[in-house]
Write a protein that binds this ligand. Structure first.
Ligand SMILES: Cc1ncc(COP(=O)(O)O)c(C=O)c1O
Ligand SMILES: N[C@@H](CCCC[NH3+])C(=O)O
Length: 458
């Protein structure tokens, strides 16, 4: 399959808000137009740079597949949150699950961030990176006795409690340790976040939180427990939200509860609005952090409470790329496959959520885009699964050996990676200005089976 029907003036796409052209054969994503929306990336003389470093140079030095993150891009979004909510007493608790590399956590800890965690492992990472347990909120539906014990011993800031049994377990552990446990209830407001069903969390059919209807009674139960300190209220309705309306609807429900708690003599110190703000992967137009703040500030200011946020994706997604090299080109009558050295084990979002992520070349042809040479390609990995793809039907001009960057890969990329097909996980690199540094070594195959034990017949 060869012709792409790309218009000859394809580079003009860069002038519009959209960065794509959809043709009968596939999607063309204009690399320069897209990079104009991604602060960490730019093309210089047709070579892709992250901050001041050429992506080809990074691929050469560190090999592929490799995740690369811009330190500045991470800090800029963190700062945008703190600036937009500067008029309120607030705390940004970065959601560790989005990207838990110690270097990323360390940069954010130094900037003053708190953290949102969902496991003992994530708390251990935060502490290892220099974060303070007192600035950590502990979310998640399945906290175990051991998790709670560890968190209490470290001096956790707050447990976001998701069920009555968790509440009683936290009290039990606190009694055993002779400590007081700070808690907030995660309220499920039954609001449609208008996102992919797998990443919607605030509907009554989702496993998360305590229903709005039950929340008051559970707070009253909490108030009667000997070692529980009620400190806040929490809500997180989903991820990759592009509109502000669901956030406002959820906030309204939480405010209703805060008022009825006050009427019942239960005073809170903070309100936690969770995370969820979406990002632009290709042509999405999510609300900006400023617009998000503008919509929420009037309601929040009246409450007189400290406000917590738990953003993950919006802080790191567009600070990162996954670099991969084209290993094999396999054009056929019906489909063209570009087999690359990254796969679904490195980046599962396309396979799991049908997520559309941009794939752009590290080097553009210097004489402009050759529309005749462009073909629709499925960018696939070498894993034995038909679902192993990074992108489908993308109009690109490719040759074996070319380095490609999957953009938006800083969030839920490496953290969701696996060793399927005994593939070692990718390395990770951080860039700052013209410096760059390995922040996680590429795994070795030997490390994958180092803890396995051969069966011994007795
Ligand atoms: C409880 C909680 N807080 C925060 C987040 C971070 O969400 P996001 O990465 O969409 O900002 C998540 C993930 O959806 C979550 O489950
Ligand atoms: N892993 C999801 C986000 C899940 C958020 C966790 N509550 C994604 O890549 O989009």
């Amino acid at each position: 399959m060869s012709h792409s029907e790309l218009p000859a003036d394809v580079t003009d796409v860069a002038t519009g808000e959209s960065v794509t052209i959809q043709t009968e054969h596939g999607l063309y994503v204009d690399p320069k137009a897209l990079s104009a929306h991604l602060p960490a990336l730019s093309y210089r003389d047709d070579a892709l740079y992250m901050e001041q470093v050429s992506v080809d140079e990074l691929a050469k030095q560190y090999g592929t597949p490799c995740y690369v993150y811009s330190k500045q891009a991470i800090l800029d979004v963190y700062q945008a949150y703190t600036d937009s909510f500067a008029s309120l007493d607030h705390q940004v608790c970065y959601a560790v699950k989005a990207n838990s590399n110690l270097a990323v956590l360390g940069v954010l800890a130094q900037a003053g961030a708190g953290f949102d965690i969902v496991s003992r492992g994530e708390l251990m990472r935060v502490l290892a990176a220099g974060g303070a347990a007192s600035r950590v909120v502990f979310s998640g539906v399945g906290k175990t006795y051991g998790d709670i014990e560890y968190a209490l011993t470290q001096g956790i800031g707050c447990f976001n409690v998701e069920s009555i049994s968790e509440l009683t377990l936290i009290n039990e552990v606190a009694v055993a340790l002779n400590k007081r446990a700070p808690i907030s209830l995660r309220v499920n407001p039954n609001v449609d976040a208008k996102t992919h069903p797998y990443i919607s969390t605030g509907l009554k059919d989702n496993k998360f939180g305590i229903t709005h209807e039950d929340a008051l009674a559970v707070y009253q139960q909490a108030a009667d427990l000997s070692h529980i300190d009620i400190v806040g209220i929490d809500c997180h309705i989903g991820s990759q939200l592009t509109e502000v309306a669901p956030f406002v609807a959820a906030l309204d429900k939480v405010i209703e509860l805060i008022h009825s708690l006050r009427d019942h003599g239960i005073e809170l110190r903070h309100i936690d609005l969770g995370g969820g703000l979406g990002v632009r992967y290709i042509d999405e137009t999510p609300v900006s952090i400023d617009e998000f703040a503008e919509a929420l500030l009037p309601k929040l200011s009246e409450l007189g409470l400290t406000v917590f946020f738990e953003p993950g994706r919006s802080i790191v997604a567009n600070a990162g790329v996954l670099l991969t090299q084209v290993d094999v080109l396999k054009p056929t009558e019906h489909k063209n496959f570009a087999i690359v050295d990254a796969a679904m084990n490195d980046l599962i979002r396309p396979a799991l959520y049908q997520a559309e992520m941009a794939v752009i070349p590290s080097t553009l042809p210097s004489d402009g885009i050759d529309t005749n040479g462009t073909k629709p390609w499925d960018i696939v990995g070498a894993i034995c699964e038909t679902g192993d793809f990074l992108a489908k039907d993308r109009l690109l001009s490719l040759e074996a050996g070319a380095v490609l960057a999957v953009t938006g890969a800083g969030a839920y990329g490496f953290t969701m990676s696996s060793n399927y097909n005994s593939r070692p996980r990718a390395s990770e690199v951080m860039v700052s200005g013209n410096n760059h540094q390995l922040i996680r070594k590429r795994e070795t195959v030997e490390a994958l089976y180092a803890d396995e034990i051969l069966w011994q017949d007795k």
